[in-house]
Design a protein around this ligand. Structure first.
Ligand SMILES: Nc1nc2c(ncn2[C@@H]2O[C@H](COP(=O)(O)OP(=O)(O)O)[C@@H](O)[C@H]2O)c(=O)[nH]1
Ligand SMILES: [Mg+2]
Length: 258
């Protein structure tokens, strides 16, 4: 629990048997404020589901393939008032939940950034070019929403983030990317709805095992980045076209950017 709120951690997993047990235990046993871990088994061909269950997670099976499909399903299954998203590979640490969740008092979504060099650990998959690539695309996103929200962002691909249940219910009808572009799509949708978005540095570690699906090679990174940029442009156009949502009032929403 964080104060009086239940906290659910959602982990998308595709063949992560090497690491899933450690990650689930990290979140459940480390004295962080987590009440429930939901692992989304996305057609895994290995023992991910079994090992996650043994470690104490609730495992749900999702047959629609892709990171975005898995995260959507996981957030729908979550019973918490606060939903934390993270990865199955051990590249994020449970202890950082304590840095993300408190900012939900001031925002509807709190997103981690993996581009604070001091927190990128040796061997993490965040070489200079990848780090700066994320910063550049994040700045592009910032510029696109400068007038309405003036967000401050340095990463577009960080899975580690948290949302209030209310935020998820509001953005859910408008996010549909099946793959890794789901990450920036969520950010854009939050900005379209003028829900407050705050970015916080998190530690970024090397994978503890298994293989990266989105950034294993430069070809794969390029494909992921191209998809993300496309998704951001699509959302910007959608944001201009869609009738503006009524401005919600409260600490989780943008009120003015003077
Ligand atoms: N459910 C599901 N999860 C995926 C898929 N691809 C990647 N993931 C998960 O999404 C997270 C991020 O993927 P990862 O391979 O670590 O990408 P990287 O962080 O860019 O290297 C990990 O928890 C993966 O298990 C997929 O197709 N389906
Ligand atoms: Mg990863």
């Amino acid at each position: 629990m964080y104060e009086d709120k239940r906290v659910t951690v959602v982990i998308p997993a595709y063949n992560e048997a090497d690491t899933i047990g450690f990650v689930v235990r990290d979140f459940l046993d480390n004295g962080v404020c987590v009440d429930e871990v939901v692992v989304v088994d996305n057609n895994c061909k290995d023992d991910t589901a079994k090992l996650a269950t043994e470690a104490g997670a609730r495992v749900v099976a999702e047959s629609d393939a892709g990171y975005g499909c898995a995260l959507r399903r996981g957030m729908d299954e979550a019973t918490g008032d606060i939903i934390v998203l993270t990865e199955a590979d051990g590249s994020f640490q449970a202890a950082d939940v304590k840095k993300l969740v408190p900012y939900l008092e001031d925002a509807g979504m709190v997103i981690g950034t993996r581009t604070t060099r001091q927190m990128v650990q040796q061997g993490a998959n965040m070489v200079k070019l990848l780090r700066w690539g994320n910063v550049v695309v994040a700045k592009m996103l910032e510029l696109m929403w400068y007038v309405s929200c003036e967000p401050r962002l340095t990463d577009v691909g960080c899975t580690y983030r948290c949302v209030s249940r209310e935020t998820w219910q509001r953005i859910k009808p408008h996010v549909r990317e099946p793959g890794p572009s789901f990450s920036p799509e969520m950010m854009c949708e939050v900005l379209i709805q003028r829900i407050r978005l705050i970015e916080v540095p998190v530690n970024y570690l090397p994978r503890r095992g298994g293989e990266s699906k989105h950034s294993a090679s430069w070809g794969r990174i390029f494909k992921t980045a191209r998809g993300m940029i496309r998704a951001i442009f699509r959302k910007r156009i959608e944001g201009f076209r869609r009738a503006p949502d009524p401005w919600p009032v409260g600490p989780q929403t943008e009120t003015s950017t003077s």
